[in-house]
Design a protein around this ligand. Sequence first.
Ligand code: NAI
Ligand code: ZN
Length: 342
Amino acid sequence: MEALVEIMATGVCHTDAVMLEGQNPKASFPAVLGHEGAGIVRAIGAEVRELDVGDHVIPLYGSECRTCPNCTSGRTNLCWGIRETREKGLMPDGGRRFSVGDEAIYHFMGTSTFSNFTVVPEIALAKIRADAPLDKVCLLGCGVTTGIGAAINDGGVRPGDTVAVFGLGAVGLSAIQGARIAGAAKIIGVDINNQKKAIAKTLGATDFVNPTKIDGRTVECILDMTSGGVDIALECTGNIDVMRQSLECCHVGWGTCVLMGVEGRDQELSLPPVLVRYGRTLKGSYFGGVRGRSGLPKYVDWYMDGKIEIDALISHVMPIEEINTAFDLMRSGESIRTVITF
Ligand code: NAI
Ligand code: ZN
């Protein structure tokens, strides 16, 4: 039920850095990291039903088995068909497909795209059209889909809405695009890095707030700008203080705050219940609420039709040998996304 995929390109996401730094409590090492890739199927197992050699695919850290209780609920994109083994860095049969000499190496997020070749179960591969450039649409394997989907699906942004997006990495910038596509009238980008302002505006932000320039008075500032709060807040930093601020920026009675950021190890979010008792909604989003196998091809079409921007998010391209530079550029805030090519 597995396919051998030749990875042609992969993005480097913040979640890889969280893992690399040991902040992920479920980490198993040594592992091949990477989860934002695209490639070509080079071999298939006997039980593979819907894929063929030569198919272009995006590996999915969120599988879509279509048979588990979550998939059949029709209410979530969180498939738990192979979750237990995936979280342990194993394939569904408990084995591993990577090794160095006699030592087996763990998989990561079921994708392990920082590798020329990887093995992925069929239920975790989205087949995409063959004319889409893999060194661009690889970003649909995580960050871009997460941001756009969270705005449209989980945030439910409506025409005319006021939206605030916290943290303008690839995820946040994509959330801005999602809000724009959904018809938001005012989109406030929030980031401590002033260099994000220009690209945020290109992608649809109407305003930019830098918390460091206003003594951290982000909430007051946004409430002032919006006559009482935003309709939808989209958090894309992973910082728990920012998560709380995002909720506080929501309009009483209906404002919805969607958390995307991945918190550091053992961190907890605290808030007075009154923040939600007065009608605000706090929710989270995983992969933008998108079911990978059935939902991703549409995002690829959107990119090919010019409806969504990916190229502008790719600030650097480099070969796999220089991947540690990609992590340095991410930590220093110089890059938006680095795409690694093989
Ligand atoms: P990134 O590191 O590229 O971008 C984060 C941005 O937040 C940077 O521009 C940074 O300057 C800004 N920032 C940091 N502290 C801030 C603060 N206090 N106030 C305002 N802005 C601040 O990260 P990326 O790749 O865009 O990911 C964002 C978050 O989403 C990460 O926590 C990542 O782990 C998570 N993530 C979640 C997914 C999901 O399915 N829910 C999928 C992909 C990523
Ligand atoms: Zn499932």
